[in-house]
Design a protein around this ligand. Structure first.
Ligand SMILES: Cc1ncc(COP(=O)(O)O)c(C=O)c1O
Ligand SMILES: N[C@@H](CCCC[NH3+])C(=O)O
Length: 430
């Protein structure tokens, strides 16, 4: 079974069947590591990077991986080896990116809620650019840069009021969203930019949402940004960078989702930004890693309810939140076993929430306790959104590469899970 492609196969990703990934037999892997665990194909990630880099040839472009999609150090190292930088949204992501060896001049800092401490740390580390989302933040950046006697490079994040993304919770470019500022407000920042002593406001940024499967929203948003860039240049401003954000969607449901090809996406960027001679920054997250990852889980038991038949598996919403949070679809397949009749199941985890459901009324070959299942396309926003809910330890993560595997995060122990907690013995008078 082909897990990485849509009905029309796409050349850029490997086409493993459900029995193996990146040359590693998944039954064997699950005999070595207790389920559930996350596994990623290094080659699938490298190929995605290469596809995007090839499409960008001839442009002065820097890919900055959105670290939130998968923040494992080994994945960030892999990005760095391929020349990919980082798009970060917190001090923790800054720390991880630097720890993975990503040079600060390939790091951009996004996010509506950067704290003073985070800005100070990023400036001190030499982060190349701040994607600024409010006037308060701009003034804070100027103040902190001044106190460090350094110059910060800033881009204003435009909210282009464009509808995009697979779910309202992952749409970011509508006027009603918390992200970015209107073009009218951005215009006033540039008019008063001379008042900034330690910030060079010389960039534009836009990010309209995630899991976008159509070109039109990108085209619309970039047209608005490009029009603004031309206006600014006419008014005598210098724009050195345009950050087009992330958002490229992937295939979560074979035969249903039809992702945009990297070439077609970059053609839209080329067209919109024709004549722009500065640096173009891209912040893909999901596109680079989602389809390279799988969540391996075993059936604990089959439970016949009053009205529905449940497949209770050992992974849960704390290991992969997307289905519970966004009603997101992930293909789920048994890894092996003889052909057998299909049965309709609700696939649920052990967490004490009705929402701990991976799939409703899903047809699967009849399963029994102990069967190994694969949840596809979990490389993005899987482990990185993991939690300890129900006191379930964070999962192991494994990197697969040409028939080899390496544990890149071991499963959290119970001791590690409670690290930092202590009995309330040391009361302070307040
Ligand atoms: C500012 C910014 N850049 C990049 C991304 C990455 O998005 P995606 O994983 O959809 O490419 C996000 C998340 O939506 C984001 O908020
Ligand atoms: N976490 C989301 C996407 C949010 C992207 C970050 N702004 C998902 O799993 O689809």
């Amino acid at each position: 079974m082909n897990l990485m492609t849509n009905a029309a196969p796409r050349a850029e990703v490997p086409t493993p069947d459900a029995a193996s990934l990146d040359g590693v037999d998944l039954e064997y892997l699950a005999s070595r590591l207790p389920t559930p665990f996350h596994a990623y194909s290094a080659n699938a990630i490298r190929q995605r990077i290469a596809m995007l880099q090839a499409a960008l040839q001839g442009l002065d472009a820097q890919i900055c991986f959105a670290v939130k999609a998968n923040s494992n150090l080994a994945i960030l190292q892999l990005m760095n080896e391929a020349g990919v930088g980082a798009d970060i949204v917190s001090g923790g992501e800054l720390w991880r990116s630097l720890r993975a060896g990503i040079p600060a001049d390939r790091i951009v800092f996004s996010g509506v809620g950067k704290s003073g401490d985070e800005i100070a740390e990023a400036l001190a580390a030499g982060v190349s650019r701040f994607n600024v989302e409010s006037h308060h933040e701009l003034l804070m950046l100027d103040r902190i840069a001044s106190s460090q006697r350094t110059l910060a490079h800033a881009a204003v994040r435009i909210n282009p009021d464009v509808e995009a993304g697979a779910h309202e919770k992952i749409s970011t470019g509508k006027a009603e969203n918390k992200f970015g500022v209107s073009i009218a407000e951005a215009r006033s920042w540039f008019s008063s930019a001379a008042g900034l002593s330690h910030v060079r406001l010389d960039g534009l940024h836009v990010h309209i949402g995630s899991q976008i499967l159509e070109l039109e929203p990108f085209r619309l948003a970039l047209a608005r940004v490009a029009e603004f860039w031309r206006e600014l240049v006419r008014d005598g401003h210098t724009i050195n960078s345009i950050d087009v954000g992330g958002g490229l969607g992937v295939c979560y449901r074979r035969g249903h989702d039809r992702p945009i090809e990297a070439g077609a996406y970059v053609a839209v960027i080329r067209e919109a930004l024709a004549g722009f001679e500065g640096r173009i920054v891209l912040e893909p997250g999901r596109y680079l890693v989602a389809e390279a990852g799988v969540l391996m889980t075993r059936v604990i038991r089959v439970k016949q309810g009053e009205q529905r038949r449940f497949l209770v598996v050992d992974a849960a919403m704390n290991d992969l939140l997307r289905p519970s949070l966004y009603d997101a679809w992930h293909d789920i397949v048994p890894v092996s076993g003889p052909p057998r009749a299909a049965v309709t199941y609700d696939i649920v985890g052990p967490v004490c929430e009705t929402g701990d459901t991976f799939a409703v009324a899903r047809e699967l070959p009849a399963c029994k306790a102990g069967d190994l299942l694969l949840v596809a396309a979990t490389g993005a926003y899987g482990a990185s959104m993991g939690s300890n809910y129900n006191s379930r330890p964070l999962l192991a993560e494994v990197l697969l590469d040409d028939g080899r595997y390496a544990v890149i995060r071991r499963r959290q122990s119970f001791e590690e899970m409670i690290a930092g907690e202590q009995p309330a013995g040391n009361w302070q008078t307040a």
